[in-house]
Design a protein around this ligand. Sequence first.
Ligand code: SF4
Length: 411
Amino acid sequence: MSGIQRNAAGAAERAPGASAAGKKKLGIYIHIPFCVCKCAYCDFLSAPASAEVMEQYAASLKQEIRECRELAEKYTVSTVFFGGGTPSILPGRTLAGILEELLCLLPAEPDVEITVECNPGTLTEEKLDSYRAAGVNRLSIGLQSADDRELKLLGRIHTFEEFLENYELARKKGFGNLNIDLMSALPGQTREGWLRTLERTAGLEPEHISAYSLIIEEGTPFYGRYREGAPGYSELPDEDTDRLMYEDTKRFLGERGYTRYEISNYARAGFACRHNLSYWDRTDYKGFGIGAASLLDGVRYKNSTELAAYLKEDFSYESVLPLSRKDELEETMFLGLRKMEGVALTAQLREIYGELLGKLEREGVLAQDRGRIFLTDRGIDVSNYVLSEFLLDEEMAGCGLGTEGKERNEG
Ligand code: SF4
């Protein structure tokens, strides 16, 4: 196929994964595993580190990028995402240096989306100027709550006021594509409290808002305090309240011009996060840094999480997993159904999942329209159940698929 299709309005658009000049699109993820201090609920791969370790890590990142320069023969970079950790903890010129190295070796599309995750309290004029000069055009700021009591409980390093200062500085420096991350279902949080956070956030008119529920991960300080019933940590909203908060979020943000395009993500028109969409569309991406994941030509890779080895430029993988046809089909449904537009139903998906789709439609958790299948509002409420239904057994996955079937979900 040409890679160019017409959308509903008749405008030309490229199919997911297709890029200019016949090259494939590539997303880039760069993991910065450093934070000022550890938040109480966090189980991400991140920790405090000295300035020296951070500079050494940046040098290793550049070397890892250099060792992958042959990707330029086949790909054009369409998105870059600095995630963590707290990428904005690095000096501005250090982060800019990594980005410059990357874009020098791996050419990017003219409208490449380049995001840096930032935490309030770590942004300065110098950093924002360096980002802009290097081509960063999107910031994702972790606010989580507009309530200082809740921020303290979560172990965040900032107050709402400090967030506001950083947010306004980013606007002043010309950033026109800002995301704010929020977290609901916090201990002691009421629906009214959550709505106040939404109101204060939407009042700032960011282009994008992500709203997730708190998950209490085993092994975190938060988990320990929750289990011990420490004051303030055990009064979690019940499941019904959690669900109502999700409904409040959709209604409230919808009224203010934000469209829900994924279970937990909302955007103004034209500002959906292209990098995250590429994960849900399963287009290729390459991750750099410890613990970073990649998907290249039907193989999933995960970098080793060993910081000491990485600093010595040992870029070993922790795992390399060639995907079977079964894995690909499961991922297509599992990831694609997270998007509100759902998944284009290919003949193969119909053949493999036809019976199940009928059952889930009768249950009212899935619906079909114009060749696509997607979650209904009820389906979103029970998305874990619906998505798990798409796990196949080996025998079924082989059905009608040829042993080397590698067809992708391109409609
Ligand atoms: S800032 Fe983010 S990555 Fe860092 S400790 Fe807090 S939650 Fe974890």
